[in-house]
Design a binder for this molecule. Structure first.
Ligand code: EAX
Length: 323
């Protein structure tokens, strides 16, 4: 049926079990992730590999590959030419539109709040929508709270953003919020960002500390503003037909591996948030604390009515009220 069945390979080594020589089939599962191996996504993929292979009794062979075009990775998983992918949920709304509610700026107050909501019914209800869109949601992950960085242009207040070209993810909610602030949002895949910054085709970009750190984006920017304007979830998806073709033991192994991946991912985000800002400062970028985050909230506020229409005031309130 799908490409992955051709990847099912008979183990080169024969397994000697109870005196009987048996050949066991191993199923290959390729998972792509964005950012380097030593990052919140790379470590998550490694944790997944370890646990999923172990819990499957060695019948799953997890192959990890880096892929920074996260939209293409989701398309490949949907199409079935790759089994699984993890990374930013930025382009996810183009596949499962309802997940865009999580992209609303200033929706979450803290990591605890965002994680609590993703781990709650809200997160589960959203994951349940994936199969109808050709994706299987293994687990929510996390990218982190996003911060604005700029090149030569300084931003002393949100007023200064007017007319600036800021790269955003391919995410309508983010684009609408930036537009409300007077920015000219320039959406592009993450894979295109470094050259856009180097060539100055955009004035700046926004990303969480773990992404800025592990991809050395500070080397291409002068100012880092700790705006934390929006929480950026991560997502771990697989092809639904691939999952359906697994044994029960393998399915459970993927679930267990997904939990291990989320835990490793969150732990690294925490580490980067606590130590990474100082590291970035030492490496030379100007780090600016934002005393008045409300000014940014206000600057984006005219987009809120549209978000209420899109997602419903009730769901937005349910998320805001999470305890
Ligand atoms: O997954 O596209 C982005 O800015 C993402 O935050 C990045 O790829 C990390």
């Amino acid at each position: 049926k799908l490409a992955h069945t051709t990847k099912t390979a008979v183990l080169a080594g024969m397994v000697l079990a109870g005196g009987i020589l048996t050949a066991s089939a191993q199923t290959t599962l390729t998972v792509t992730h964005s950012s380097p191996a030593d990052s919140h996504f790379g470590l998550a993929a490694a944790a997944f590999k370890k646990v999923a292979e172990e819990k499957s009794g060695g019948t799953l062979n997890v192959v990890i590959q880096r892929m920074d075009n996260e939209r293409e990775a989701l398309e490949s998983v949907q199409f079935g030419s790759q089994e699984c992918a993890m990374g930013s949920a930025g382009p996810l709304g183009n596949f499962v539109a309802e997940t865009r509610v999580l992209d609303v700026p200033f929706l979450f107050d803290s990591y605890d709040h965002a994680r609590g909501v993703l781990d709650s019914d809200v997160g589960q209800e959203l994951l349940a929508l994936f199969p109808a869109r050709g994706l299987y949601g293994v687990a929510w992950m996390e990218n982190g709270f996003r911060n604005l960085t700029t090149g030569s242009k300084a931003v002393n207040s949100p007023e200064d953003l007017r007319g600036m070209k800021i790269r955003t993810m391919e995410n309508q909610v983010h684009m609408q919020a930036w537009q409300a602030a007077g920015v000219l949002p320039t959406p592009m895949a993450f894979s295109e960002l470094p050259s856009a910054l180097q060539q100055g085709t955009v004035d700046g970009q926004e990303n969480p500390i773990p992404v800025i750190l592990s991809n050395n984006l500070d080397m291409m920017q002068k100012h880092l503003y700790l705006t934390r304007h929006v929480y950026s979830p991560g997502i771990f998806v697989c092809n639904p037909d691939f999952i359906a073709g697994l044994t029960d033991e393998q399915k459970a192994a993927v679930e267990e591996g997904g939990k291990a991946a989320s835990a490793a991912n969150r732990a690294r985000v925490e580490q980067d948030e606590s130590a990474g800002i100082e590291t970035l400062r030492t490496r030379g970028i100007e780090v600016v604390e934002i005393s008045d985050r409300d000014a940014y909230r206000e600057a984006m506020a005219s987009a809120n009515a549209g978000f209420e229409t899109q997602f419903g005031a009730e769901l937005l309130q349910r998320i805001r009220d999470w305890k």
